[in-house]
Ligand binder design. Sequence first.
Ligand code: NAD
Length: 504
Amino acid sequence: MADGLARTGYVIDNVIGGKRAPSGSGRKAGIFNPATGAEIGELHLSSVAEVDAAVQAAKDALPGWAKTPPAKRARVMFKFLELLNANQDALAEEISREHGKTHADALGEVARGLEVVEFCCGIPQLLKGEFSRNVGSGVDSIADRQPLGVVAGITPFNFPAMVPMWMYPVAIACGNTFILKPSERDPSASLLSYELFREAGLPEGVFNIVQGDKEAVDAILDHPDIKAVSFVGSTPIAQYVYERGCKAGKRVQALGGAKNHMIVMPDADLDQAADALMGAGYGSAGERCMAVSVAVPVGEETGDRLIEKLKPRIETLRIGPATDSQADMGPLITRAHQQKVLGFIDKGVEEGADLVVDGRGFALQGYEDGYFVGGTLFDRVTPDMTIYREEIFGPVLSVARAANYQSAVDMINAHEYGNGTAIFTRDGDAARAFAEDIEVGMVGVNVPIPVPVAYHSFGGWKRSLFGDHSIYGPEGVHFYTRLKTITTRWPAGIKEGAVFTFPS
Ligand code: NAD
């Protein structure tokens, strides 16, 4: 087993003003290996006073960092990128040990996070303002984007390296100082990322990490000196964070949960569609906000043929710990979440869906206490069922058959979530209409997980995103900066006398 995967008996630190130490609050939470159920580390949950100290450190570092020329900030980003590249394996091990996802999947996560850092290397270009000469006689106008100040990010367990990287590299490249509150389930990847950023030359206090739970989150939301908060997590908490943060006068972007549908048209290549559903439905044990959790075959025949193709694929899924390099997926994040997903499967049966593959009895020799659930497939799921309405966040795929293309689109548009969706078809007309009519923020055409690249922006619609900005890319730069327009008159000495009409 690689060293990083085997690490046990550790205590997680906060990072405040460049100093690493565990919280002194006395409140603790365990960190578990999801494949074995064993406690491998300990996290001390921060108090309000510790959030205050992090804000003070970020405030102290702000003037120097905000005035550092963007080209110099970019040099730190370039060095950070180089170090991330060199440490991809180590980062992936930090992720897999605490999250449970396979090493290959963790490497994919690191690669997508790293792309955001690549994007941030171009920050001088991204922050270039606009200039208009002679908007009036001798009058020029400049439009400039300036940093907000101290900003914060609160992140979920499912991408412990990538989702924080959607936030802090962009915020910091823009000249802000940052406080990260990672998920308390898998905080180690952020600590390693911090070490690499510091080694790249980031001044102390620019990037701070406060470990914790609701107490730390509420302290961030209420703190008058934090100007903006980015949140990624479940919808009820996203809504709570959005409302409380806005009430405290902050700019907030809060990304929430999802129920992503994939339409399979009768003309689609069904092998390609079934393979896509396998990766998008069961990769990372379904614990992705862009996982496909509902397949929508159009027409009964398409439905029957799709089930025929999916069933053997699901029955032969290889499920194992992150140390198994051949595994397709690993365990779920906690025992409580495993029990919740099993409860959803019971509920699906109770509400009348056809259980085609049952993952409830899955057991792995030597890992009896791990939080595993086997790949599960339901057919004939309908919109009134709990397993259709709610986000399961596990390896459970529902097939909800639609009579025709329009009823498939109507079903998706009626769902409360609007994060991602896809259509599999060879019909350009249907694909084009779908891209236009579907009420979802990220759309794939023959692409099952359409996560935008780092120089576009990521964000859902409806109850999958609260706020006006998507995350990272150009929208990220807008979120972490504010516009200033400067109107100048040179030479200053032109005398017009007092003018009381509106300047024109
Ligand atoms: P979560 O909402 O439980 O936790 C997210 C963060 O909020 C964590 O840092 C946690 O400590 C904090 N938190 C939890 N309960 C809180 C409370 N009562 N008050 C204040 N803060 C609280 O989410 P999770 O289980 O860590 O992550 C899974 C969820 O995240 C899924 O719903 C998934 O769809 C969503 N997600 C969304 C996206 C997206 O881009 N839309 C990306 C990744 C994950």
